[in-house]
Design a protein around this ligand. Structure first.
Ligand code: GLA
Length: 431
């Protein structure tokens, strides 16, 4: 009898106890418990090559809505952009509604997103694409929308429940925003808080830090869980513009900011010189005057030499042939996505022309020649000045002409249009 009690009644009591204690917990609590935080090594596998996709800010800004996102997802597939590697679709600022501060819940703007963000994420996923969203580490976003300060865990959990795969996290209205001390400890704390909250959701979410550079995010971005960090202010649709706090910079300015930051970038975590302006032609939300085809080609060339994230910033409907030929150039994209993940560094500079070198996998080398001059320029540079072995002969493949081009022995000679960048993949020839 005692044995029977032990065998049947005692386990029964335990079962009832377990059921009742579990029964006290809400469904939400159970869900929270189910999430297994991601480990640091799992997180780093998320961006082994620089993320590629599309972001709503440059073309649509305040006017983003669910129709725009759905159409963009459709065209990403039909235009071949998805097959070329552009997989993330990121809604930037202005998706938010009000914050219910009692419940801590951030609502979406139901006028512009009547079906809700979850349904939109599902639609994007149904196209084989990934879905990204935007928030900010301060009390308001840069567009004065409710932001995540103090609500990091709630927001991260909601993003994960919606199926978010990428979060761009801005720095407006943080406690030190607007002060001149550029408090990097404050920035580390704010980005770490959201980094931890994302990790705790158990969902793999690419974390894009958008602090714009004054607090040197390349020094701490990876430690707080970041996969990419902006190195400077917003790139406008313009060639050159000096860097002033919070104002637009030009393509060339961003290139100069990237110089010397190469040691901080690599598989898992990347320097981000901002989104692409290619194809905007001074239309869309951000403006800036527009760029020439050569200047847009330079942005693509140098961003790929830098192993920079490639986030498209033009409307993808009615892209001009010129835009398509730049954005869909598989040869230049292959340089960006090369598994070694090296950022190019400047090896040579003279009379307004400079050469940038990037090691590729399989012993190949990418070499770019950028012409800052307002006129076409021809240069001839001995191999050794390009930090190439002077005794090795290389086959030079021009990634914009899509063919191998002849080069003189032991040097490189190039004619570059104003503001153009030529890029070659050099393969050592065995004797
Ligand atoms: C900042 C960012 C931009 C964009 C806007 C949105 O300026 O740098 O990329 O996200 O905010 O308000």
């Amino acid at each position: 009898m005692t044995r029977l009690i032990k065998k049947t009644i005692f386990p029964g009591i335990i079962l009832v106890f377990l059921l009742t204690t579990q029964g006290c917990k809400s469904a939400g609590d159970m869900k929270k418990e189910a999430a297994q935080p991601l480990s640091q090594s799992e997180l780093l596998t998320l961006a082994q090559t620089p993320p590629m996709g599309w972001n709503s800010w440059n073309p649509f800004g305040k006017n983003v809505n669910e129709q725009v996102i759905r159409e963009t997802a459709d065209i990403m597939v039909s235009s071949g952009l998805k097959d070329a590697g552009y997989t993330y679709i990121v809604i930037d600022d202005y998706w938010q509604g009000t914050r219910d501060s009692a419940a801590g819940k951030l609502n979406f703007n139901s006028e512009r997103f009547p079906s809700g963000i979850k349904a939109l994420a599902d639609y994007v996923h149904s196209k084989g694409l990934k879905f990204g969203i935007y928030s900010d580490a301060g009390t308001l976003t840069c567009g004065d929308q409710p932001a995540s300060f103090g609500y990091e865990e709630n927001d991260a959990r909601m993003f994960a429940e919606w199926g978010v795969d990428y979060l761009k996290y801005d720095y407006c209205y943080c406690p030190d925003y607007g002060s001149e001390n550029n408090d990097y400890k404050m920035a580390i704390a704010r980005y770490q808080t959201m980094g931890n909250a994302l990790k705790a959701t158990g969902r793999p979410i690419v974390y894009s830090i958008c602090e714009w550079g004054p607090r040197s995010p390349w020094l701490w971005g990876k430690e707080v869980g970041g996969h990419l960090w902006r190195v400077s202010y917003d790139v406008g649709d313009k060639w050159d513009e000096p860097r002033n706090e919070h104002s637009q910079i030009g393509i060339l300015t961003a290139i100069d900011v990237m110089c010397d930051l190469e040691r901080f970038s690599g598989p898992g975590a990347w320097n981000d010189p901002d989104m692409l302006v290619i194809g905007l032609k001074n239309s869309g939300y951000i403006k800036g005057g527009g760029c020439t085809p050569e200047e847009y080609r330079t942005q693509m060339s140098m961003w790929c030499m830098f192993s920079a994230p490639l986030m498209l910033g033009c409307p993808v409907s009615n892209m001009m042939d010129e835009t398509k030929s730049i954005l869909l150039n598989k040869d230049i994209i292959a340089i960006d996505q090369d598994p070694l993940g090296k950022q190019a560094f400047r090896v040579w500079r003279k009379d307004g022309v400079e050469a940038w070198k990037k090691a590729l996998s399989n012993g190949k080398i990418a070499m770019a020649f950028l012409n800052r001059n307002s006129k076409e320029t021809t240069v001839s540079v001995p191999q050794e000045q390009l930090e190439l072995d002077e005794k090795t002969s290389y086959e030079a493949y021009d990634v914009w002409l899509h063919k191998t081009v002849k080069q003189p022995a032991s040097s490189m000679q190039v004619t570059i249009k104003s503001h153009e960048t030529l890029v070659f993949v050099l393969s050592p020839l065995t004797k």
